[in-house]
Ligand binder design. Structure first.
Ligand SMILES: Nc1ncnc2c1ncn2[C@@H]1O[C@H](COP(=O)(O)OP(=O)(O)OP(=O)(O)O)[C@@H](O)[C@H]1O
Length: 655
């Protein structure tokens, strides 16, 4: 039976941390730590391997290097780093500057190229290898391509799709990489696009889950044998207690999203270990992508641990999570792959007073520890700027508790544990599950098709006609023979040949001639789950002449959320460049700090603009985040903002 292989790693002390505060100890293949509430009681957690503070990047890599063989056998590998913020996940996966400090990901890539070259040499050039790479992050539950710089991203992120049981991200850039050196360059450039910020616990905290996927395909031109496997390396964002991180509003939202996805992950692990029929994968993008226990292949989890008292509760929570995760049974993987049973070298330290936990007490502690951040008790008395400590704590507790409640309510997980099912109940429940899946699948298919159509329109709005064409073609697969889709494809094809004759730039200009509202609505339509798209939004976005386009979707069985507002008139067209759109987005954000970053804008002017936007929103009955200021002219009409200032603000932005 395959299980998730878990390797625990304790990071060394950092500047400002002292030996006396160390509470996490590594010995042989176990981690031990005192109970935070009763220091005389010690918890121990056995794992497949344990690396103590002295363990180098080279030694850690030796634990996972053999996965490359598995990959070349045409199998999938998932390696993910889990742990509290500041526990060393990014250091472990990516590493730092010097070559001795390179992490698992660059080392794996070097090993892949070595093996590829070796294979070529051994087969006298008859076997060739092609490696392609994609790299993306999940930030606030949205997927962004890290090969695309933040200013060129689609705000709504990329959609996910189920493909033969695997979750794939639609529209990701995939780059072929010919050498390990080429990989390093691409990888470090893409890393600059990752969302990181300083929090109190980590100066360079990763605020997103980052996923590197490398697909390795080998072909033997003599025998015709082909093999392809994908290795996914995931640096999860760290779980954190906002009361300790003293996060600001933006960090708190990120954090709630990180905590939510990690909470869902914990729920998935719990459901899997209890062998429940329903695993809540779909509750977050990260869990859908990670699909723990669903992939055929190997899964290795690196459990990163910070050694000191300051992380005590987070560490216990991570240990309990890992302790559950190791019980997950995976689908069978390639049998010729054997992982080392022991760590490559013992890095343990000795610490007395170790009492093994009973299964029962561990279960109880696990639950308590996993939910500790939600319990609402402050462990560390920190205040945040602008809010009283109590308010601050209450806010984040409410936010997280609300999210958790939503998940629990949605999935009915907060119901009391049911008694074991009888055989008959079991059959009925399986049939219900099957039925539900079928219904879901049907809805999903339409949803997916419609997503492509909407993405296509969005690409049109952004002037990306080739991508638009591709998306319309994908949509057509879901709605074969759909006249409107076919017309759009024909138009774009004609345009494409036109582009070849004229310059790309002129076409881009022409295609960006859409209203801000259209751009906004297309974003909204795209981010909203398809079954709840408002008819009005869709109508605006597809423009008035296209109502037949909408009707045709209705014929396909798509249901609209609300009644269409026939009187709705979209605002007049304006030509908007990306720079103008960026400026308006900043002003419409009402975020004074961001507005003050605009050229020539001081605090007073920033406040005036934010106030104006707020007042406009209050006066209208539109959604809260509807773009209040729709063009430069409107911006120039705000009191105290001259036309020259508008030009300056706009001119100071990077395109
Ligand atoms: N094994 C190690 N050896 C030396 N330094 C380490 C090690 N692990 C972590 N560090 C250092 O600890 C700090 C925090 O590590 P890192 O940024 O990797 O944490 P993280 O878990 O990725 O945090 P977050 O979730 O906030 O992104 C960094 O300064 C890093 O250099």
């Amino acid at each position: 039976m395959n299980t998730v292989r878990i390797i625990a790693r304790v990071r060394p002390l950092l500047n400002g941390e002292i030996n006396k505060d160390v509470v996490v100890h590594a010995e042989g293949t176990t981690i031990s730590m005192p109970n935070p509430k009763n220091e005389n009681e010690n918890f121990t957690f056995p794992f497949n391997a344990v690396h103590n503070m002295e363990s180098s990047q080279t030694h850690l890599f030796a634990e996972v290097s053999s996965t490359v063989k598995h990959l070349f056998g045409g199998n999938d590998v998932t390696i993910f780093a889990y742990g509290a913020t500041g526990s060393g996940k990014t250091y472990t996966m990516r590493g730092e500057g010097a070559s001795t400090e390179r992490g698992i990901i660059p080392r794996l890539l070097a090993a892949i190229y070595r093996r590829g070259t070796e294979l070529e040499r051994k087969t006298v050039g008859k076997t060739t290898m092609i490696a392609t790479m994609s790299y993306y992050e999940i930030y606030n539950d949205k997927v962004f391509d890290l090969f695309v710089s933040p200013d060129k991203r689609t705000l709504s992120g990329l959609p996910l799709r189920d493909n033969g049981g695997k979750t794939v991200v639609v529209g990701l850039v995939e780059k072929e990489i010919k050498t390990a050196m080429e990989f390093e360059k691409l990888y470090s450039k893409a890393n600059t696009n990752r969302s990181t910020s300083a929090t109190k616990l980590n100066a360079h905290s990763s605020r997103s889950h980052a996923i590197v996927c490398v697909r390795v395909a080998t072909t033997n031109c003599e025998t015709g044998e082909r093999r392809a496997g994908t290795i996914s390396c995931i640096d999860l964002a760290g779980s954190e207690d906002n009361r300790r991180t003293a996060n600001d509003k933006e960090r708190m939202t990120e954090s709630a999203s990180i905590n939510k996805s990690l909470f869902v992950l914990a729920q998935c692990v719990e459901a899997m270990t209890k062998k429940q029929n329903r695993i809540p994968y779909r509750e977050s993008k990260m869990t859908r992508i990670l699909s723990l226990g669903q992939n055929n292949g190997l899964t290795v989890m690196i459990l990163n641990l910070a050694p000191t008292k300051a992380f005590h509760m987070d560490t216990l929570s991570a240990l309990n999570f890992a302790n559950r995760a190791k019980k997950i049974e995976l689908k069978p993987a390639d049998t010729d792959y054997i992982l080392p049973d022991r760590p490559i070298r013992a890095f343990g330290t000795t610490k007395g007073n170790i009492q093994p936990l009973t299964a029962r007490s561990l279960g109880e502690k696990s639950q308590g520890a996993t939910r500790a951040p939600l319990a609402g008790k402050s462990l560390h008395k920190l205040t945040s700027s602008g809010m009283s400590k109590i308010q601050y704590e209450q806010n984040i507790d409410d936010l997280v508790a609300k999210k958790v409640e939503e998940i629990l309510t949605a999935r009915g997980l907060n119901e009391p544990v049911k008694p074991p099912l009888s055989d008959m109940d079991d059959i009925i429940s399986k049939r219900l599950e099957l039925l539900e899946k079928r219904v879901d699948k049907k809805a999903d298919v339409k949803t997916e098709g419609l997503t492509y159509a909407i993405m296509a329109k969005q690409h049109v709005v952004c002037g990306e006609s080739s991508s638009a064409l591709k998306m319309y073609q994908l949509a057509l697969e879901y709605f074969p023979g759909q006249q409107k889709l076919m017309d759009n494809i024909a138009t774009l094809r004609r345009e494409k040949s036109h582009i070849n004759a004229k310059s790309e730039e002129s076409v881009t200009k022409r295609r960006t001639s859409f209203t801000r509202q259209e751009v906004y609505v297309s974003e909204q339509a795209f981010t909203t789950p398809m079954r709840t798209i408002s008819k009005k939004a869709f109508k605006v976005f597809t423009d008035n002449e296209n109502s037949d386009f909408m009707d045709s979707f209705e014929e396909e069985g798509v249901e609209w959320e609300d009644q269409m507002d026939e009187d709705y008139v979209p605002p007049v067209d304006i030509t908007q460049t990306p720079r103008t759109a960026q400026l308006l987005d900043i002003v419409n954000s009402e975020d004074i700090v961001q507005i003050m970053k605009l050229k020539g804008v001081g605090k007073k002017r920033a406040e005036a603009m934010a106030r104006h936007v707020r007042e406009l929103r209050e006066a209208s009955d539109e959604d809260g985040d509807f773009p209040a200021i729709k063009d430069l002219q409107e911006l120039g009409m705000i009191r105290g903002i001259s036309k020259t200032m508008v030009d300056n603000m706009r001119g100071g932005l990077m395109t």
